[in-house]
Design a binder for this molecule. Sequence first.
Ligand code: SAH
Ligand code: CA
Length: 212
Amino acid sequence: MEFLPDDIADYIEAHTSQESDLLKKINRETHAKVMMPRMLSGQLQGRYLSMISHLLKPKNILEIGTYTGYSAICLAEGLAEDGKLTTLDINEELETWVRDYFQQAGLSEKIDYRIGNALTIIPTIDQQFDLVFIDADKENYSKYYDLVFDKVKVGGVILADNVLWSGKITKPKPDKDTRALLEFNAKVTNDTRVENVLLPLRDGIMMIRKKN
Ligand code: SAH
Ligand code: CA
């Protein structure tokens, strides 16, 4: 996942705002106790998500792929005063733990955390979103995009994570997930309803704005 030389990556992290103590703890505990801790956003990406959220001051955020709650807390930092974040994850094993983190963050009231398959939950959500973060199974990115599109306000933003897939995106013989991401990146780029920038931040973030 690291595209940059270590010294440059270290310099970037040192010159980006630091995480809160709670986020540091979630980062640490995820690495100590949970499978695939590399999925956690981490300081640089987390601060970027928080920055975007602060700029948009969203009333409603949708996150697909909660994992241990790190990115949800970062995104929630910029919510409008009466704003809400809905976050979805299929993995029930982390639920108690994640709810406890949301509690510690003082966000239990602002975060609607739902366990289940995002593909079946999203169509049941009757809400408009200012900001959507797609970060669940890569295979379904195009489906998530189609499912959320009409629920995104005009001028709203969709962020999709890991779109460079550790660099596999440009290598020959793509596997299933890589093929799905190639398809997603092409679909977004060819979609005349949006403007998009593929940011080379961490594992690649596709930033998409729904045009007026
Ligand atoms: N956003 C988190 C990391 C998410 S990791 C962060 O940045 O810290 C991806 C998550 O997607 C995993 O927790 C996994 O359980 C979840 N996931 C995978 N398939 C899913 C599905 N179909 N519906 C909902 N969640 C899913
Ligand atoms: Ca991710």
